[in-house]
Design a protein around this ligand. Structure first.
Ligand code: SAH
Length: 371
Protein backbone atom coordinates (compact mmCIF):
# COMPACT_ATOMS: atom_id res chain seq x y z
CA UNK A 1 0.00 0.00 0.00
CA UNK A 2 1.44 3.37 -0.89
CA UNK A 3 1.60 5.96 1.89
CA UNK A 4 -1.24 8.45 2.35
CA UNK A 5 0.18 11.87 1.35
CA UNK A 6 -2.52 13.62 3.39
CA UNK A 7 -1.58 12.04 6.71
CA UNK A 8 -0.06 14.38 9.33
CA UNK A 9 0.27 13.30 12.97
CA UNK A 10 0.72 16.11 15.51
CA UNK A 11 3.92 14.70 17.00
CA UNK A 12 5.85 16.92 19.42
CA UNK A 13 8.48 17.44 16.71
CA UNK A 14 5.85 18.35 14.07
CA UNK A 15 4.63 21.14 16.36
CA UNK A 16 8.16 22.30 17.12
CA UNK A 17 9.14 22.37 13.41
CA UNK A 18 5.94 24.23 12.45
CA UNK A 19 6.80 26.86 15.04
CA UNK A 20 10.35 27.09 13.72
CA UNK A 21 9.11 27.50 10.12
CA UNK A 22 6.63 30.21 11.14
CA UNK A 23 9.55 32.23 12.52
CA UNK A 24 12.39 31.37 10.15
CA UNK A 25 10.70 30.27 6.93
CA UNK A 26 10.92 26.91 5.13
CA UNK A 27 13.77 24.56 5.95
CA UNK A 28 15.76 22.45 3.49
CA UNK A 29 14.86 18.77 3.12
CA UNK A 30 18.23 17.88 4.70
CA UNK A 31 17.50 20.10 7.71
CA UNK A 32 14.07 18.49 8.05
CA UNK A 33 15.55 14.98 7.86
CA UNK A 34 18.29 15.87 10.30
CA UNK A 35 15.74 17.17 12.83
CA UNK A 36 13.59 14.03 12.40
CA UNK A 37 16.55 11.79 13.21
CA UNK A 38 18.62 13.85 15.62
CA UNK A 39 16.51 16.47 17.43
CA UNK A 40 17.73 16.07 21.02
CA UNK A 41 14.31 15.84 22.61
CA UNK A 42 12.35 14.02 19.88
CA UNK A 43 14.71 12.77 17.13
CA UNK A 44 14.12 9.22 15.98
CA UNK A 45 17.65 7.90 16.47
CA UNK A 46 18.41 10.28 19.31
CA UNK A 47 15.64 8.90 21.48
CA UNK A 48 14.50 5.46 20.25
CA UNK A 49 15.72 1.99 19.43
CA UNK A 50 13.26 0.87 16.88
CA UNK A 51 15.31 -1.58 14.81
CA UNK A 52 14.22 -5.23 14.78
CA UNK A 53 11.15 -7.40 14.36
CA UNK A 54 9.30 -5.66 17.20
CA UNK A 55 10.42 -2.15 16.14
CA UNK A 56 9.83 -0.10 13.01
CA UNK A 57 12.20 -1.67 10.52
CA UNK A 58 14.40 -4.72 10.18
CA UNK A 59 17.90 -4.94 8.73
CA UNK A 60 19.95 -7.78 7.25
CA UNK A 61 21.81 -8.60 10.46
CA UNK A 62 18.52 -8.82 12.35
CA UNK A 63 17.06 -11.14 9.69
CA UNK A 64 19.85 -13.73 9.69
CA UNK A 65 23.03 -14.39 11.65
CA UNK A 66 24.55 -15.56 8.36
CA UNK A 67 24.81 -11.93 7.19
CA UNK A 68 27.18 -10.87 9.99
CA UNK A 69 29.04 -14.17 9.78
CA UNK A 70 29.77 -13.70 6.07
CA UNK A 71 31.05 -10.20 6.78
CA UNK A 72 33.10 -11.64 9.65
CA UNK A 73 34.81 -14.12 7.33
CA UNK A 74 35.37 -11.30 4.83
CA UNK A 75 36.89 -9.18 7.61
CA UNK A 76 39.21 -12.00 8.69
CA UNK A 77 40.41 -12.55 5.14
CA UNK A 78 40.92 -8.83 4.53
CA UNK A 79 42.94 -8.53 7.75
CA UNK A 80 45.09 -11.49 6.77
CA UNK A 81 45.46 -11.18 3.00
CA UNK A 82 44.79 -7.56 2.10
CA UNK A 83 46.32 -5.83 5.13
CA UNK A 84 48.97 -8.54 5.69
CA UNK A 85 47.94 -9.62 9.22
CA UNK A 86 49.13 -6.54 11.14
CA UNK A 87 49.58 -7.30 14.89
CA UNK A 88 47.21 -4.46 15.83
CA UNK A 89 44.32 -3.10 13.77
CA UNK A 90 41.01 -1.32 14.28
CA UNK A 91 37.72 -2.88 13.23
CA UNK A 92 35.28 -0.01 12.83
CA UNK A 93 31.54 -0.04 12.34
CA UNK A 94 29.62 3.07 11.32
CA UNK A 95 26.08 3.09 12.73
CA UNK A 96 26.02 -0.32 14.48
CA UNK A 97 22.29 -0.21 15.42
CA UNK A 98 21.68 -2.88 18.06
CA UNK A 99 25.23 -4.29 17.74
CA UNK A 100 23.96 -7.56 16.30
CA UNK A 101 26.10 -7.47 13.17
CA UNK A 102 29.31 -6.75 15.09
CA UNK A 103 28.58 -9.62 17.47
CA UNK A 104 28.16 -12.05 14.53
CA UNK A 105 31.19 -10.57 12.71
CA UNK A 106 33.47 -11.09 15.71
CA UNK A 107 32.25 -14.65 16.28
CA UNK A 108 32.99 -15.61 12.67
CA UNK A 109 36.28 -13.72 12.29
CA UNK A 110 37.74 -15.62 15.26
CA UNK A 111 38.35 -18.62 13.02
CA UNK A 112 41.19 -16.69 11.37
CA UNK A 113 44.23 -17.40 13.58
CA UNK A 114 45.59 -14.28 15.27
CA UNK A 115 42.64 -12.04 14.32
CA UNK A 116 41.06 -11.80 17.77
CA UNK A 117 44.41 -11.01 19.44
CA UNK A 118 45.07 -8.17 17.01
CA UNK A 119 41.67 -6.48 16.91
CA UNK A 120 40.46 -3.27 18.60
CA UNK A 121 36.83 -2.49 17.89
CA UNK A 122 35.68 1.11 17.38
CA UNK A 123 31.97 1.85 17.03
CA UNK A 124 30.83 5.14 15.53
CA UNK A 125 27.40 5.84 17.00
CA UNK A 126 25.74 9.19 17.66
CA UNK A 127 22.67 7.81 19.46
CA UNK A 128 23.06 7.37 23.24
CA UNK A 129 20.12 4.96 23.27
CA UNK A 130 21.64 2.71 20.62
CA UNK A 131 25.09 2.96 22.20
CA UNK A 132 23.66 1.53 25.44
CA UNK A 133 22.08 -1.31 23.47
CA UNK A 134 25.38 -2.03 21.71
CA UNK A 135 27.17 -2.24 25.09
CA UNK A 136 24.67 -4.90 26.17
CA UNK A 137 24.88 -6.94 22.97
CA UNK A 138 28.68 -6.88 22.94
CA UNK A 139 29.28 -7.36 26.69
CA UNK A 140 30.70 -10.85 26.10
CA UNK A 141 32.67 -10.02 22.94
CA UNK A 142 36.01 -10.56 24.67
CA UNK A 143 37.88 -7.87 22.66
CA UNK A 144 38.53 -4.20 23.47
CA UNK A 145 35.67 -1.95 22.27
CA UNK A 146 35.35 1.82 22.35
CA UNK A 147 32.85 4.32 20.99
CA UNK A 148 33.17 7.55 19.05
CA UNK A 149 31.04 10.06 17.13
CA UNK A 150 33.35 10.86 14.22
CA UNK A 151 34.05 9.17 10.92
CA UNK A 152 37.78 9.15 11.70
CA UNK A 153 39.88 9.43 14.84
CA UNK A 154 40.97 5.79 15.26
CA UNK A 155 44.32 4.31 14.24
CA UNK A 156 45.00 2.55 10.90
CA UNK A 157 45.38 -0.16 9.73
CA UNK A 158 41.61 -0.35 9.83
CA UNK A 159 38.68 -2.27 8.40
CA UNK A 160 35.40 -0.34 8.28
CA UNK A 161 31.93 -1.86 7.96
CA UNK A 162 28.76 0.15 7.35
CA UNK A 163 25.34 -1.38 6.77
CA UNK A 164 22.36 0.94 6.31
CA UNK A 165 24.42 3.87 7.59
CA UNK A 166 24.58 6.20 4.59
CA UNK A 167 20.84 6.05 3.90
CA UNK A 168 20.45 8.01 7.15
CA UNK A 169 22.56 10.89 5.77
CA UNK A 170 20.36 13.94 5.31
CA UNK A 171 19.54 14.40 1.65
CA UNK A 172 18.99 17.66 -0.18
CA UNK A 173 16.55 17.90 -3.06
CA UNK A 174 16.04 20.20 -6.03
CA UNK A 175 12.98 20.60 -8.24
CA UNK A 176 13.00 21.54 -11.93
CA UNK A 177 10.78 24.61 -12.37
CA UNK A 178 10.11 26.82 -15.38
CA UNK A 179 12.88 29.08 -14.02
CA UNK A 180 15.42 26.26 -13.65
CA UNK A 181 16.38 24.08 -10.69
CA UNK A 182 15.30 25.29 -7.25
CA UNK A 183 15.92 23.86 -3.83
CA UNK A 184 13.00 21.88 -2.38
CA UNK A 185 12.07 22.61 1.20
CA UNK A 186 9.61 21.89 3.96
CA UNK A 187 7.24 24.75 4.81
CA UNK A 188 3.63 25.16 5.92
CA UNK A 189 0.44 24.97 3.88
CA UNK A 190 -2.63 27.21 4.34
CA UNK A 191 -3.72 25.12 7.37
CA UNK A 192 -0.36 25.51 9.06
CA UNK A 193 0.64 21.87 8.51
CA UNK A 194 3.99 20.72 7.12
CA UNK A 195 4.14 20.65 3.33
CA UNK A 196 6.85 20.42 0.67
CA UNK A 197 7.57 23.69 -1.10
CA UNK A 198 10.11 25.45 -3.26
CA UNK A 199 12.40 26.87 -0.65
CA UNK A 200 14.12 29.71 -2.29
CA UNK A 201 13.16 31.05 -5.71
CA UNK A 202 16.45 32.83 -6.08
CA UNK A 203 18.75 29.87 -5.45
CA UNK A 204 19.62 27.89 -8.53
CA UNK A 205 22.09 25.19 -9.39
CA UNK A 206 23.45 25.42 -12.89
CA UNK A 207 25.39 22.17 -12.58
CA UNK A 208 22.11 20.25 -12.51
CA UNK A 209 21.26 21.48 -16.01
CA UNK A 210 24.23 19.67 -17.47
CA UNK A 211 23.72 16.53 -15.34
CA UNK A 212 20.00 16.21 -16.14
CA UNK A 213 19.43 18.09 -19.40
CA UNK A 214 16.23 16.15 -20.26
CA UNK A 215 14.50 16.48 -16.88
CA UNK A 216 10.84 17.61 -17.29
CA UNK A 217 9.26 20.34 -15.12
CA UNK A 218 8.49 18.93 -11.67
CA UNK A 219 11.40 16.45 -11.75
CA UNK A 220 13.20 16.03 -8.43
CA UNK A 221 16.89 15.24 -8.00
CA UNK A 222 18.75 14.74 -4.77
CA UNK A 223 22.18 14.63 -3.20
CA UNK A 224 23.45 13.37 0.12
CA UNK A 225 26.57 15.45 -0.37
CA UNK A 226 28.88 12.54 0.49
CA UNK A 227 32.01 14.71 0.06
CA UNK A 228 32.50 14.85 3.84
CA UNK A 229 32.45 11.06 3.97
CA UNK A 230 34.99 10.76 1.14
CA UNK A 231 37.24 13.42 2.68
CA UNK A 232 37.26 11.52 5.99
CA UNK A 233 38.29 8.27 4.30
CA UNK A 234 40.87 10.16 2.21
CA UNK A 235 42.37 11.58 5.42
CA UNK A 236 42.39 8.12 7.00
CA UNK A 237 44.29 6.69 4.02
CA UNK A 238 47.05 9.25 4.59
CA UNK A 239 47.59 7.81 8.10
CA UNK A 240 47.76 4.16 7.01
CA UNK A 241 46.08 1.38 5.03
CA UNK A 242 42.35 0.72 5.36
CA UNK A 243 39.56 -1.19 3.64
CA UNK A 244 35.86 -0.36 3.94
CA UNK A 245 32.65 -2.16 3.02
CA UNK A 246 29.53 -0.07 2.47
CA UNK A 247 26.19 -1.80 2.10
CA UNK A 248 22.92 0.00 1.53
CA UNK A 249 19.81 0.30 -0.58
CA UNK A 250 20.34 2.56 -3.50
CA UNK A 251 20.99 2.92 -7.20
CA UNK A 252 24.17 2.54 -9.21
CA UNK A 253 23.62 5.08 -12.02
CA UNK A 254 22.98 8.82 -12.00
CA UNK A 255 19.22 9.18 -12.05
CA UNK A 256 16.58 11.68 -11.07
CA UNK A 257 13.89 10.85 -8.53
CA UNK A 258 12.58 11.50 -5.05
CA UNK A 259 13.66 8.62 -2.76
CA UNK A 260 12.91 10.21 0.60
CA UNK A 261 11.03 7.60 2.61
CA UNK A 262 9.63 7.09 6.09
CA UNK A 263 8.94 3.78 7.80
CA UNK A 264 6.96 3.26 10.99
CA UNK A 265 5.93 -0.10 12.41
CA UNK A 266 7.14 -1.84 9.22
CA UNK A 267 4.95 0.31 6.95
CA UNK A 268 5.89 3.10 4.56
CA UNK A 269 4.52 6.49 5.54
CA UNK A 270 4.50 9.90 3.88
CA UNK A 271 7.81 11.53 4.94
CA UNK A 272 5.99 14.47 6.58
CA UNK A 273 3.48 12.28 8.48
CA UNK A 274 5.22 11.53 11.80
CA UNK A 275 8.34 13.65 12.35
CA UNK A 276 10.54 12.02 14.99
CA UNK A 277 8.41 8.90 15.23
CA UNK A 278 9.27 7.21 11.94
CA UNK A 279 12.62 6.20 10.50
CA UNK A 280 13.40 8.56 7.65
CA UNK A 281 16.00 7.81 4.98
CA UNK A 282 16.93 8.19 1.32
CA UNK A 283 18.34 5.79 -1.23
CA UNK A 284 22.10 6.02 -1.61
CA UNK A 285 23.39 7.12 -5.00
CA UNK A 286 26.33 4.76 -5.44
CA UNK A 287 27.20 6.71 -8.56
CA UNK A 288 27.63 9.92 -6.56
CA UNK A 289 29.41 8.07 -3.74
CA UNK A 290 31.87 6.34 -6.09
CA UNK A 291 32.61 9.64 -7.88
CA UNK A 292 33.53 11.50 -4.69
CA UNK A 293 35.52 8.58 -3.28
CA UNK A 294 37.43 8.42 -6.54
CA UNK A 295 38.06 12.16 -6.42
CA UNK A 296 39.42 11.73 -2.87
CA UNK A 297 42.12 9.43 -4.29
CA UNK A 298 40.66 6.13 -3.11
CA UNK A 299 40.29 2.83 -4.98
CA UNK A 300 36.81 1.31 -5.32
CA UNK A 301 35.53 -2.23 -5.85
CA UNK A 302 31.98 -2.69 -7.13
CA UNK A 303 29.24 -1.73 -6.65
CA UNK A 304 27.74 -5.20 -6.95
CA UNK A 305 24.37 -6.35 -5.66
CA UNK A 306 24.16 -7.83 -2.16
CA UNK A 307 23.16 -11.14 -3.71
CA UNK A 308 26.26 -11.20 -5.96
CA UNK A 309 28.50 -10.17 -3.08
CA UNK A 310 27.25 -12.83 -0.67
CA UNK A 311 27.24 -15.39 -3.49
CA UNK A 312 30.88 -14.63 -4.31
CA UNK A 313 31.75 -15.19 -0.66
CA UNK A 314 30.10 -18.63 -0.67
CA UNK A 315 26.88 -17.89 1.23
CA UNK A 316 25.07 -20.95 -0.15
CA UNK A 317 27.76 -23.39 1.01
CA UNK A 318 27.96 -21.77 4.44
CA UNK A 319 24.20 -21.81 4.85
CA UNK A 320 23.90 -25.47 4.00
CA UNK A 321 26.65 -26.34 6.50
CA UNK A 322 24.90 -24.28 9.18
CA UNK A 323 21.55 -25.97 8.41
CA UNK A 324 23.22 -29.37 8.69
CA UNK A 325 24.72 -28.49 12.05
CA UNK A 326 21.39 -27.10 13.37
CA UNK A 327 18.65 -29.35 11.95
CA UNK A 328 16.03 -27.94 14.36
CA UNK A 329 16.60 -24.41 12.96
CA UNK A 330 17.24 -25.41 9.33
CA UNK A 331 13.97 -23.94 8.00
CA UNK A 332 14.47 -20.61 9.74
CA UNK A 333 18.11 -20.36 8.58
CA UNK A 334 17.14 -21.11 4.99
CA UNK A 335 14.32 -18.58 4.98
CA UNK A 336 16.51 -15.86 6.44
CA UNK A 337 19.24 -16.27 3.84
CA UNK A 338 16.67 -16.52 1.04
CA UNK A 339 15.45 -13.06 2.09
CA UNK A 340 18.97 -11.60 2.05
CA UNK A 341 19.61 -12.75 -1.52
CA UNK A 342 16.06 -12.52 -2.96
CA UNK A 343 16.32 -11.40 -6.61
CA UNK A 344 13.23 -9.17 -6.32
CA UNK A 345 14.02 -7.95 -2.82
CA UNK A 346 17.03 -7.25 -0.64
CA UNK A 347 19.34 -9.25 -2.92
CA UNK A 348 19.20 -6.62 -5.66
CA UNK A 349 17.85 -3.54 -3.88
CA UNK A 350 20.96 -3.52 -1.68
CA UNK A 351 24.35 -2.76 -3.24
CA UNK A 352 27.83 -3.28 -1.86
CA UNK A 353 30.84 -1.12 -2.55
CA UNK A 354 34.40 -1.71 -1.35
CA UNK A 355 36.76 1.21 -0.70
CA UNK A 356 40.48 0.89 -0.10
CA UNK A 357 43.61 2.92 0.17
CA UNK A 358 45.53 3.08 -3.13
CA UNK A 359 48.11 0.31 -3.37
CA UNK A 360 46.06 -2.37 -1.62
CA UNK A 361 44.92 -5.35 -3.72
CA UNK A 362 41.22 -5.68 -4.75
CA UNK A 363 38.90 -6.72 -1.93
CA UNK A 364 37.27 -10.16 -1.87
CA UNK A 365 33.62 -10.54 -2.91
CA UNK A 366 33.62 -8.29 -5.96
CA UNK A 367 34.39 -10.90 -8.55
CA UNK A 368 38.13 -10.43 -9.07
CA UNK A 369 39.15 -12.48 -6.06
CA UNK A 370 37.38 -15.11 -3.97
CA UNK A 371 37.84 -16.22 -0.40
N1 SAH B 1 23.81 -1.00 10.88
C1 SAH B 1 22.65 -1.30 11.69
C2 SAH B 1 21.78 -0.08 11.98
C3 SAH B 1 21.25 0.71 10.84
S1 SAH B 1 20.33 2.11 11.39
C4 SAH B 1 21.86 -2.40 11.07
O1 SAH B 1 22.10 -2.72 9.91
O2 SAH B 1 21.00 -2.97 11.75
C5 SAH B 1 21.47 3.44 11.26
C6 SAH B 1 22.49 3.50 12.35
O3 SAH B 1 23.42 4.54 12.05
C7 SAH B 1 21.96 3.81 13.73
O4 SAH B 1 22.76 3.12 14.67
C8 SAH B 1 22.17 5.32 13.81
O5 SAH B 1 22.14 5.80 15.12
C9 SAH B 1 23.50 5.45 13.15
N2 SAH B 1 23.82 6.76 12.54
C10 SAH B 1 23.17 7.35 11.51
N3 SAH B 1 23.76 8.52 11.16
C11 SAH B 1 24.81 8.67 11.99
C12 SAH B 1 25.81 9.67 12.13
N4 SAH B 1 25.82 10.74 11.34
N5 SAH B 1 26.77 9.50 13.07
C13 SAH B 1 26.75 8.40 13.85
N6 SAH B 1 25.83 7.42 13.78
C14 SAH B 1 24.86 7.55 12.87
Amino acid sequence: MSPDPGLRRPTPLALKLAEHIRTHGPMSVAEYMSACLWDEASGYYATRHAIGASGDFITAAEISQVFGEMLGLWTGVVWQQVLGAPPAHTLVEYGPGRGTMMRDVLRAARVVPGFAQAVNVHLVEASPVLQALQRETLAQAGVPINWGHNLIGFPAPAIILANEFLDAWPVDQWVKTSHGWRQRGVGLDGNGTLAFCIRDMSETTGALDSLYPQAPAGAIVESQRPERFAEALGALSRTGPFAALIIDYGYATASAGDTLQAVREHRYEYPLASPGEADISAHVSFYELASVLHAAGLAIDGPVTQSEFLGNLGVIERTSRLMHANPARAGEIEMGVARLIAPNGMGTRFKVVGVRAQGLPPLPGFGQATM
